[in-house]
Design a protein around this ligand. Structure first.
Ligand SMILES: *[C@@H]1O[C@H](CO)[C@@H](O)[C@H](O)[C@H]1NC(C)=O
Ligand SMILES: *[C@@H]1O[C@H](CO)[C@@H](O)[C@H](O)[C@H]1NC(C)=O
Length: 279
């Protein structure tokens, strides 16, 4: 009986593993790097474990690149950067949902370095790329009130050869679809016009989200089904960007680096994918 169950599970996993799953190369991009983060003096870690029809994502949320100073003293970001105990469960084989789903606050994806990816809204449902850009560090991340470092907009320190090569994977959404950078296979820098409402499209028959340099930056909605035990918030606070009470003084998202490299606000190191410190 047990033997039969195992045989069934093996066949089941094999069948479920076809198509649409992250490839071995994509999974291999999620690795811990040898980098001591300055606020915590800790090294980031990340792992993806296959468990039949799910992938279990784990990380301590510590970035593997330099960060701003988040020791509670900064007037603009009075939060600390703290180690997390992150576990999220995603489908090994993502599937389109019948209807796309709005994005909750908090984690909606995990970057290849284990850092949380958030939706494009600040706590008042304003465009975080406009209101929070001056609260972000040089890699465009910052910690929330519980010390969890996260990206709302293009995690620019994760890209290599930003303008010259087709982008590689920079993370995975909690619905299981991969998230890629902004440069398409043919070298086009993608914009909203190329993508669907969730900020993705199919490439060679595989759905991917793409980070772009305009709202909604990383993702606009979940294209795929999210597991009920995914480990993220369920309710959505923001369904669309609020026009009221939004202070756009943090404006920092108006850039097309490949068209205008001289005015690119990126400080980008093409040799390693680590950002350059502003601390
Ligand atoms: C990351 O490191 C912490 C200790 O700092 C450990 O408890 C945790 O299990 C590690 N997680 C992964 C995903 O390796
Ligand atoms: C980017 O493209 C250049 C030119 O085609 C190539 O030499 C280089 O190896 C590529 N880099 C990566 C990381 O793929």
């Amino acid at each position: 009986m047990v033997g039969k169950c195992i045989a069934f599970l093996v066949i089941f996993c094999f069948v479920v593993d076809q198509s649409w799953s992250l490839t071995d190369n994509e999974i291999a991009a999620f690795i811990s790097r040898d980098w001591i983060e300055g606020n915590t003096n800790l090294q980031g870690n990340v792992s993806i474990e296959k468990s039949c029809d799910t992938l279990i994502l784990r990380s301590n949320g510590i970035p593997d690149h330099k960060t701003g100073i988040f020791d509670g003293t900064s007037r603009s970001t009075p939060n600390y950067l703290l180690e997390q105990d992150n576990t999220w469960i995603i489908p090994a084989t993502p599937r389109y949902a019948r209807k796309v789903k709005c994005l909750p606050m908090g984690t909606i994806g995990m970057a290849i370095n284990g850092v949380s990816i958030y939706n494009p809204f600040d706590s008042k449902c304003c465009d975080a790329g406009l209101t929070e850009a001056n609260l972000l560090d040089i890699c465009w991340g910052h910690p929330n009130g519980r010390g969890s470092y996260h990206y709302h907009i293009a995690p620019k320190c994760l890209y290599k050869n930003y303008c010259s090569n087709a982008s590689s994977i920079i993370g995975v959404a909690i619905d299981g679809f991969p998230i890629y950078g902004p440069i398409d296979e043919d070298g086009t820098e993608l914009t909203k016009a190329h993508l669907d409402e969730c900020n993705g499209k199919e490439t060679n028959g595989q759905y991917r989200y793409h980070v772009i340099n305009e709202f909604p930056y990383i993702m606009g909605c979940f294209k795929g089904k999210v597991l009920s035990n995914a480990g993220i918030n369920k309710a959505c606070k923001c369904k669309e960007v609020s026009a009221e009470n939004c202070d756009p003084s943090g404006e920092g998202s108006d850039f097309k680096c490949c068209e205008d490299p001289d005015n690119c606000p990126y400080v980008y190191n093409t040799d390693t994918r680590h950002g350059i410190s502003n601390n």
